[in-house]
Design a protein around this ligand. Structure first.
Ligand code: GLA
Length: 728
């Protein structure tokens, strides 16, 4: 396993446990993509580069160089010189033209992995990961491009990024820099994506790819509710259990593009990177640009394997928080309980009831600062509103702690309200185009985090509050998308850097936060789940999944999210009924069983809910802690999908040592005249016997996986069951 260079064939071979990635060099030094797929035991060869077919490589046939480049499967296509498919790199030189041509110069293979400057990225020790750097050069521009591949053999993951270095004397403009490209032959691929909207994020969509380009993207300044920086190409027969799938995910939280392009010759180019709209980066002599990291995996065993590869990888190599596998307090958040209408007394009432029920942390949401009693003011004025928090924040925290609960707090540090002292003092700190009144969203503007003094101010606001009291948790929100892209401090010709510099500012603030407060539990959030991406996971072990906590809607949202992200990263709460977003009533127990799939909490006024519901809470808290470790560390299997095919939903988490497994079954809609339904468990030991907890029923692992378990038929909608199978 690992990485080898086979000199006589000019081939780089990267092996993970089950996959191989092959790169070959043409005689001229073009860096070609030969193969990615099932593990190859031999060293491989380069016939798939098709250099012996017309139009032949330029060293043999100079008169057809552009047609050659237009068909050659390349690792990192550049724009302007004859490959008409989507490029990864467009460089404008001082003469005003766009064109670059990368040829191989050297390589380096080393154990471990280096950091990406200013960016979130995967990490691993020398035993976990090996890295290949291929150095390419455009000799005319004296531009060096370092293609970096890190191989995480255990989880079948390869990460890619690119570093662009200007070694010449020209002032260059990078008009597009993507992170990864995969040129393959088409296998009638289906493309899977995760589109959505506010309150219905990440719904799985699948459809056959057709000639031309099909893509998902964001130019909203965040990964977004609407589309998601994930793309998978799966062969048509691919199911959870079988079939091939290639997937890419982006370790970045800003603008992105993820695209599949079916060419005239039936080849497919799959790529991912920062969206080139609104992007133009100046690269002066001696300067370096780092493109964010893309994560690639291949599974020959269906979508389930792809999912588990991502889960293992993110848990081991992206999430840094000490809470990754640690106990996370069951929290109660006052947003849907009170919205802006609260004060210390109200919060203490909630905390008191919550403490009695076993809840472990109170989170004070939006509305505690400035003069914020509705959403049209005060963002940026992060001083405690002592009309509401009457005896001050340290005293409130102390009282909540005395009730036995930890204390958490909400911030939206990247924002500025037009009606705020901050805006009155620094109107130029809002992102805006000179001479044009910027558009508001939720009556707010976005801070220009390309300015170091703004980053410092916003960070200081958060840190000062955290320094003032023992605060255990922060919900970091971001409630509007970016537009009117202009900065008062960047020069005219550097305005195209703003959106990426904004992201670097966000990352810098979060990095400072986790360094200064290493024990803080950070939860990222963006108007629900608009920033649920691996970039954010690098800073926070959990992310608010959606503002919709309706148990039925959550089935779809959590299924889509868990297709890629570990269960414990999904912030999942029990809300009140009728649900505030869709108006649906669901049983309290089902709301609990659905929230159990993520990181558990409550989003309701515990002082007002029905007694029968309140009485269920201690049991639910106990249930969460009983299964917490299994959910944080186990293998996730999707057994049935309500959103895709069935009137019920079903998933399983099996312990890695196969000692036990938890199955959640939700009957969304009752059907008349039905037998019991069979579900096929996964991830068990065939020869072992498993007892269904709370019963005398014993099954062999083989039976449960091959013959299945029978879920009794029952009447009623939104009914759910938990089945815990424990090895005898
Ligand atoms: C966003 C969040 C909510 C809540 C509100 C507060 O919408 O997703 O959970 O914090 O902001 O304004």
């Amino acid at each position: 396993m690992g990485i080898r260079y086979i000199e006589e064939k000019k081939i780089f071979k990267m092996d993970t446990e089950r996959t191989t990635y092959l790169i070959g060099l043409s005689p001229e030094g073009y860096v070609g993509h030969i193969y990615y797929g099932k593990r190859l035991m031999g060293s491989g060869s380069n016939y798939l580069l098709r250099m012996q077919e017309p139009p032949y490589t330029p060293s043999v046939n100079m008169r057809e160089k552009a047609p050659f480049l237009d068909t050659f499967p390349t690792e990192y296509p550049t724009g302007g010189i004859g490959d008409y498919r989507e490029s990864c790199l467009d460089v404008r030189c001082e003469s005003g033209s766009i064109g670059s041509e990368l040829l191989f110069r050297s390589f380096r293979i080393f154990k471990g992995k280096e950091k990406l400057e200013g960016l979130p990225a995967s990490f691993g020790g020398e035993d976990d990961v090996e890295t290949l750097e291929i150095v390419c050069e455009d000799s005319i521009l004296q531009l060096r491009v370092i293609l970096s591949y890190s191989v995480f053999a255990d989880c079948d993951m390869i990460t890619r990024s690119a570093r662009i270095e200007n070694a010449g004397s020209q002032h260059l403009k990078l008009e597009k820099v993507y992170s990864a490209c995969l040129d393959m032959d088409n296998k009638d691929f289906d493309m899977l994506t995760l589109p959505g909207s506010w309150a219905r994020e990440r719904c799985i969509q699948r459809g056959r790819i057709r000639c031309g380009k099909q893509m998902v993207s964001s130019i909203r300044g965040e990964s977004s509710h609407q589309e998601h920086p994930f793309i998978a190409l799966a062969t048509p027969e691919t199911t959870q259990e079988a079939g091939e799938v290639y997937a890419m995910n982006f370790v970045y939280s800003g603008n992105f593009i993820a695209q599949a392009e079916l060419s005239q010759f039936g080849s497919v180019r799959m790529l991912m990177g920062i969206h080139s709209d609104y992007f133009c980066w100046n690269l002066g002599p001696g300067e370096v640009f780092w493109a964010p990291e893309a994560v690639l995996t291949y599974s020959a065993d269906g979508l389930g394997r792809m999912t588990r590869n991502f889960h293992d990888f993110y848990r081991e190599h992206i999430i840094r928080s000490p809470y990754k596998y640690g106990k996370r307090p069951v929290l109660i958040n006052n947003w849907e309980a009170t919205y802006f209408d609260f004060n210390s007394e109200k919060l203490l009432e909630i905390a008191k009831e919550a403490g009695k029920a076993g809840i472990e942390m109170l989170v004070m949401d939006d509305g505690w600062f400035g003069k914020r009693n509705c959403d049209d003011n005060s963002l940026g004025d992060w001083t405690v509103n002592e009309e509401k928090i009457t005896s001050g924040l340290p005293d409130l925290v102390k009282k909540v702690n005395e009730l036995g609960l930890k204390f958490g707090i909400w911030f939206e540090p990247e924002m500025i309200s037009p009606d705020s002292d901050l805006y009155r003092a620094h109107p130029d700190w809002a992102i805006q185009i000179k001479g044009r009144r910027p558009s508001q969203i939720r009556a707010q503007y976005v801070l220009d985090l390309s300015r170091p003094e703004v980053v410092d101010y916003a960070y200081r606001c958060v840190a000062d509050i955290l320094r003032s009291a023992p605060i255990a948790y922060v919900k970091w929100d971001m409630n509007r998308q970016l537009c009117d892209i202009g900065s008062g401090c960047l020069k005219e010709d550097a305005q195209g850097e703003l959106m990426h510099r904004y992201m670097l500012g966000v990352y810098e603030m979060q990095e400072r936060l986790v360094n200064e407060f290493p024990d803080l539990l950070l939860e990222n959030c963006s108007g629900g789940g608009a920033r649920f991406d691996p970039g954010m996971l690098y800073y926070s072990p959990q992310i608010w999944c959606s503002d919709d906590v309706d148990a039925v809607e959550r089935l779809r949202i959590q299924e889509g999210t868990a297709l890629v992200y570990p269960l414990a990263s999904m912030g999942a709460h029990i809300g009140d009924c009728p649900n505030h977003v869709v108006g649906r009533n669901t049983p309290f127990a089902t709301r609990g069983n659905v929230a159990l799939a993520g990181t558990f909490g409550y989003e309701l006024d515990i002082t007002k809910i029905a007694r029968e519901e309140r009485e269920q809470i201690p049991g639910q808290v106990e249930m969460y802690h009983k299964y917490r470790e299994l959910i944080q560390r186990g293998d996730y299997y999707r057994l049935a999908s309500w959103s895709m095919e069935k009137p019920y939903d079903c998933w399983e988490v099996a312990a890695k040592d196969k000692s036990h497994a938890l199955v959640t079954f939700v009957q969304v809609l009752a059907q008349p005249n039905m037998h019991s339904r069979v579900i096929y468990l996964r991830g068990l030991e065939e020869e072992a016997e498993y007892r269904l907890e709370g019963t005398e029923e014993v099954y062999s692992g083989e039976e449960l996986m091959k013959c299945g378990y029978l879920v009794p038929s029952c009447k009623g909608d939104f009914i759910s069951f938990l089945y815990h199978f424990v090895r005898n």
